[in-house]
Write a protein that binds this ligand. Sequence first.
Ligand SMILES: Nc1ncnc2c1ncn2[C@@H]1O[C@H](COP(=O)(O)OP(=O)(O)OP(=O)(O)O)[C@@H](O)[C@H]1O
Length: 924
Amino acid sequence: MSNTLKQHSTEPIQDKEFLSAYKRLPEKSAATIRFFDRGEYFSLHGSDAVFAAREFFKTNNVIKIWKSDNNELETCYVKNNNFEIFLKDLLLVKQYRVEIWKKSNKSGEWTMINHGSPGNLSQFEDILYSGEESPSSSPITDPGLLAIQINTEDNINKLNCGFVDKTSRSFLVCTIAYKDNFTDLESLLIHLGPKECLIPASGGNRDFYTKLDKVLVRNNILVTERKKSDFNADNECSELNTLIKTKNEQNVANFVELKDKNSVGCLNALIKYLELLQDPNNEKNFKIISYNLNNYLKLDSGAFRSLNLLPNRAEQNSNKTHSVYGVLNRCCTMQGQRLLTQWIKQPLVDIHKIEERQNLVEILVNDSELRQNLVENYLKKMPDFQRIEWRFLKNKANLQDCYKIYCAVNNLPSLFECLLNHEGERAHLIKEMFINPLNAIIMDFKKFQVMIESTLDLDQIKNHLFLVKSSYKPELEELREKLDRVEEKIESLADKVSRDLGLSGIKLESNAQSGYYFRVPRKDDKVVSSSKEYTVIETRKDGIKFQNAKLQDLNEDFIRIKDSYEQEQKGVVDDIIKISCGYLDALQNLNNLVSELDIYVSFSLVALSSQAEYIRPKLHPMGTGILKLKEARHPCLELQEGINFIPNDCEFIKDEKTFCIITGPNMGGKSTYIRQIGVLVLMAQIGSFVPASSAELSIVDCILARIGANDCQNKGVSTFMAEMLETSFILKTATSNSLVIIDELGRGTSTYDGFGLAWAISDYLVKKVKCFTLFATHFHELTALSEELKTVYNSHVSAMTTDDSLTLLYKVKPGVCDQSFGIHVARLANFPEHVIEYAKEKAKYLEDYCPILPNEEENAQDHSKKYKYKQETDEIINQLFQKIEKIDKNSFSDEEYIQKVQELIHSEAKIVDNPYFKALISRL
Ligand SMILES: Nc1ncnc2c1ncn2[C@@H]1O[C@H](COP(=O)(O)OP(=O)(O)OP(=O)(O)O)[C@@H](O)[C@H]1O
């Protein structure tokens, strides 16, 4: 993107006076970028200029130095047409705050005229939502804003969370009991996906807020501190009473959702920050929802990232093979796409609700006529209702918006019939979910249709004119006659041009930009361009558009009269729009219905269009402990070009097979395999069919993942510790109903640390948590766990070797992997033979699980001793891990925490005189 940006061609003049004004500006945080509006362009200064140069222009050449007296100031200019790209990137991708400053004509002082942040886009909506969104791009939606405060009740800390989603105009409240970790909060962050969070700036519990801050930053959320008093709640809930829609003038203070006044405080902070009371359109327009975390499958940030659920915002139009959203999105409407994003973030856990979704997908899979009809005749024709609604609420709506609603509503009776024609055995479900609500919506819009038909001049719409019927007012009648006369003249001009040019195929057309014009096929190009009288305005495949002076004059007359017409009809238009606003609730119902229908159709299309099979998974209630997949495939990877995807099975059974260790050569498909199981479980709990030949699974309560060692965000924390921190999150959150995915635990640290950690964690998950776990590892020693614990089983990704080739087969097979691959690869790479022989010898130790004993002689001589050491060590690591678990990591900084853990490990070492263990801790 930024490569296309160019520096301002003519150098703006240095504003010397500005330097002292700039110094007087209030301080700002590094996450706030200030633009100074200078008419034709914006300027950025100081660290902001350096930031823009680095991040956008990718060159320091754009930085100019403004000088005055002894002062210097880095400056960088941004042209107005680049500003939009900057702004989008700052607010939507990089998640910065933005301020726009302008010099007042009166006082000559610089003042802030606009500001925005990732959770507060309202002042920039015009720019951010400009341009038509194409159905292939992800729709831009307001990400919502979160506010959190901590409170203590009966010695229990709790997090009060308030959230506002301006797109659906809803407030959410959620209270989370805080014991010793933020696991539930992290799940809430993933479910809601805010980009910014408000927290009180001062007051008690600072330590706690510091920890909260870290969690928010780790989840890529911009933290904004607000005055403590913004979080105050009045008993009357007066601000919420203004905004929330109630039946019979009820007082919202009596709502159960708002019983906890600290939640009201959070909502008040949001209302103030977003200035919701400033806009009268918000009055009585919001709803309140109490959010229950347990209604949804919990995901940790590791799972969210590693399962590639949503496309990266920076690559909005990203390839569909990059994310689960990309695969599942065959939606025809923007509202469908928005809801799909939400469904993916919030998979369900209620088996009845999931099966209901599956039933609807199945109906559409089996009824091809209904499916095609819905796509071609209805969904593809639906406008983006949320966008239209937004235009109404921002007082930007016009007759064209009313007409768009009218067209969609006109099509509803036929959609109703289409759905009614379905005769399958689950037709009652279609009736309940769509036909009945649709009927109610049709009834709601009856009067709207009558209003539009009696006020709008529907005959003129083909000419792209949205006018009130002339019969509405005598003044309009008069202007209509004038317009008709000009139109007659234009038509006779068209006949004349046709005769003059000797062309019979001349068409008279009009559009909003050019007014009336003539069009002839491309073959007549020469006839038109050879005559000086005509000006070609556009050349396209379907013909040449042209005008002559006479037509241009008539166009001007036409536009002048049309403008007067529009002026005259203004009062009527205002009334139509005002009345239309009364239909926004019905429009929201229609929006919800269409978006759901769109997703079900999309899921059915995904299931049918795949080259290999997609099936409806058979679900079992949570706790029944089954996960059986046959010939499962990764939905994204199998779509990538040039891949012949190898399907694989997976089986977990409660108390029998719960822990699967996967070994195998590098690039052999381990990560792909374990991730695909996670993705399929998630898809199943969204209600989608899954890429497999058979699937049977018990509902899981969480999918948790610890993947890769190189994405450590806690700078300054060793990889080992980062893994510990993340893994302890899993250990605290997982239950016997969870699915845990662990990849490469211990990579990037020494074998000793890594193996010890991997062993202890595995042991804990198998014995204590008893969840289903997929554990991909390079530690072959870990496969010995299956000898000790009966629910552990080994699998490996297979490969085929000959003397001069290594073929990765990607087939997951039972048992431990053949360990000679590395050596085989070495031979392929022409390593000297004696090196290979030595490597083989060493590999022998691996097979005996003894690479971590420090003394090779001892190793080789006394096997029984070796195993004794190992068993003792396992026990120590286990106990150690439990002790580490008991340290409340939130009470310490990361450095202190590492220190504590290290002390603990070394104190254990004093007690135990075990060579294996000594070797292990000597690496810490
Ligand atoms: N089942 C499969 N069928 C076909 N190709 C596959 C399959 N699984 C993986 N691959 C291919 O192999 C590549 C590597 O897979 P993956 O990253 O899962 O291997 P890995 O064993 O985890 O590697 P490493 O141990 O080096 O991390 C994938 O990017 C994909 O191109």
